[in-house]
Design a protein around this ligand. Structure first.
Ligand code: GTP
Length: 597
């Protein structure tokens, strides 16, 4: 296909502004999908995505569209909508020349709209502003067209009005794509260079890799090379998706499609990597490649210790489809055998946990999520801490650095005070504030990642009656006065409850955790102190008073079989007890204490 008739674009939008619905409507309008074959949200393939209404894996579909007698080919590249997947979004954008900036006509611009717009601008994309859901009675097209025009510079009249639901404006939108988005530019006779913007594991075909060809061409049977690892593979199949995979004779300059090499693990086909020709390799990769970096760690343990091998198998399987997932075995005195797992963010953690429980039928306990700390010791040695219980203690720590994020918060101006208060309490530094319109403000903060990964978003929502939106990206690290708080049961450390907090918040954590455990751990035959400590210094303490438990007293004079049954039951109960030193703790107590409230 000649580059002149190609248009590569993506849709950037805040979550729920109707991206998938509009994409489906375009597939219909271009005849790629017949109305009777339409299942809602054609592009969201994974069930879990459909249930949660989010898009995790980006894909690309080719659509024919004719303008003035010329047949064009439009490649629509789907971008994931959530902050955890910023890097994948940036690679999808890098595969395009243009972006539709889609905004809900009843909601206006939100934090992800902005974050994605900034990414699109960094990639020099042509932006087409679109207001969606104009069929809604609550739509305010004039107000928000002005807001959009103000944001990207331009005339409110140039903002397209569409409805993914009714189809209004969709054909005009397709015409605008052809008219305004530049066709791709590349060197046809140069060594092949194609950028991987997604790769998906398929149990029948192995890894399906989505690429955008920049220079040269890729053809079936060719031997290709991955430039980051120098690994080479044979191209077994190459083609375009429209809307099912169609093998072709190859992909040329500017084309977007898929390729299959038979590899079985997405780590062999890394997002951001450059594909070249093994026989005639390019000298320079396309750049922008980054290894996925886990930001949030949590321990995952099977509720039933005998499920440990199943958990390991399940993680091995998930990994085939998720290059960002990392894990290694770990043992906890309180929880037994499990894995320390690293995730891109909290949503990534939740999705993974969900899949492990649902697709693999496992019951899991997860420890409170934590970020990664870089520690410099006084002797100059360095440590990377992904598990709080391994945080070095004593006076030998010279400096602890924690990951920081740049956060963008958008909200009606009435809530500025409440948002500032929240960010202040989370150790945030205000970096800037802009009015997008009279009543809507953008606040930019630098915040420690650890302060936003837990309940920040929920707090933000509740303090702004649901009106605020949040987006963030990683932004370096910073030294802070951080300490490890340990929880001790009768003097024994319970590893699963160790936490790294800012010194000012250590006391609150200690009081909260010891209080929680006092409620949850049943009385023993002896008094049990529950303490919170920083190193050897106790900062909070609770006591569980002793009881003398005598189950047989209950059936005094009763018949012997009842007695036996009771003893039997007590034995069973014991199995689900964990011993911490001499203290018996029901596993439920640990689980309840780890649950976040
Ligand atoms: P993510 O994929 O999760 O980012 O969401 P999305 O932006 O793709 O939104 P989606 O297409 O799932 O739409 C979100 C909700 O808005 C759904 O309930 C849709 O039915 C509804 N919706 C989408 N487009 C329109 C529209 O044009 N009009 C109306 N009234 N509702 C719409």
């Amino acid at each position: 296909t000649a580059p002149e008739i190609l248009r590569n674009f993506c849709i950037i939008a805040h979550i729920d502004h109707g991206k998938s619905t509009l994409a489906d409507r375009m597939l219909q309008a271009t005849g790629v999908v017949q109305p009777r074959d339409m299942k809602a949200q054609y592009l969201d393939r994974m069930d879990i995505e459909r249930e949660r209404g989010i898009t995790i894996k980006s894909q690309a579909v080719r659509m024919p569209w004719e303008v003035d007698g010329t047949a064009y080919a439009l490649n629509m590249i789907d971008t994931p909508g959530h902050v955890d997947f910023t890097y994948e979004v940036s690679r999808s954008l890098a595969a395009c020349e243009g972006a539709l900036l889609l905004v809900d006509a009843a909601q206006g611009i939100e934090a992800q709209t902005l974050a994605n717009l900034y990414l699109a601008m960094e990639n020099d994309l042509t932006i087409i502003p679109v207001l969606n859901k104009i069929d809604l009675p609550a739509a305010q097209p004039e107000k928000y067209a002005a807001e959009l025009a103000n944001l990207i510079g331009g005339d409110p009249e140039d903002v397209l009005l569409v409805s993914g639901k009714t189809g209004v404006g969709v054909e005009a939108l397709l015409d605008r794509i052809v008219a305004e988005i530049p066709s791709p530019v590349g060197v046809a006779d140069a060594p092949a260079r194609a950028m991987i913007f997604d790769s998906v594991y398929d149990s029948y075909r192995g890894v399906v890799t989505y690429v955008r060809v920049v220079d040269g061409a890729l053809t079936p049977r060719q031997r290709i090379q991955m430039m980051s690892t120098r690994a080479s593979h044979e191209l077994l199949e190459i083609g375009v998706i429209s809307p099912e995979p169609n093998p072709t004779k190859g992909l040329g300059v500017g084309e977007v499609g898929y390729l299959i090499t038979g590899v079985k693990d997405v780590r062999q086909s890394k997002v951001g990597d450059t594909v070249t020709d093994l026989a005639k390799p390019a000298t320079e990769s396309l750049g922008g490649y980054e290894d996925p970096k886990p930001m949030v760690f949590s321990g995952l343990y099977p509720l039933d210790g005998s499920d440990y091998p199943d958990l390991r198998d399940a993680l091995d399987k998930l990994k085939l489809n998720d290059a960002a997932l990392v894990y290694e075995p770990e043992t906890s005195a309180a929880l037994g055998f499990g894995f320390r797992c690293g995730f891109l963010g909290l949503l990534h953690l939740e999705i993974t946990r969900d899949r492990l429980e649902r697709e693999f039928n496992l019951d899991l306990i997860s420890t409170a999520p934590n970020v990664v700390y870089d520690v410099t010791m006084e002797d100059g040695s360095e440590a990377v801490v992904t598990n709080p219980s391994e945080f070095p203690t004593g006076g030998k720590v010279a400096e602890v650095r924690e990951p920081m994020v740049a956060a963008t918060i958008l909200a009606p101006s009435d809530y500025v005070g409440a948002i500032m208060e929240l960010c202040q309490a989370r150790r945030g530094q205000l970096k800037g504030m802009d009015y997008l319109s009279e009543d809507r403000v953008e606040l930019r903060y630098r915040l420690p990642l650890a302060e936003i990964v837990f309940d920040f978003f929920d707090q933000l929502k509740s303090k702004t009656r649901g009106y605020a939106s949040l987006d963030w990206k990683a932004e370096g690290e910073e030294a802070a006065d951080l300490v490890k708080v340990d929880i001790l049961l009768q003097g024994e450390q319970v590893d699963a409850f160790s936490a790294i907090t800012h010194r000012d918040k250590a006391y609150a954590y200690g009081v909260m955790m010891t209080g929680k455990l006092r409620e949850l751990i049943p009385r023993q035959q002896f008094e049990v102190p529950i303490q919170a400590a920083i190193g050897s210094r106790i900062i909070a303490r609770e006591n569980i008073r002793a009881i003398r438990k005598d189950v047989l007293a209950k059936c005094y004079g009763g018949d012997i079989t009842r007695k036996r049954k009771l003893l039997e039951k007590q034995k069973e109960g014991k199995k689900r007890m964990k011993m911490v030193g001499r203290v018996e703790v029901p596993q439920e107590a640990f689980i309840a204490a780890l649950s976040s409230d």
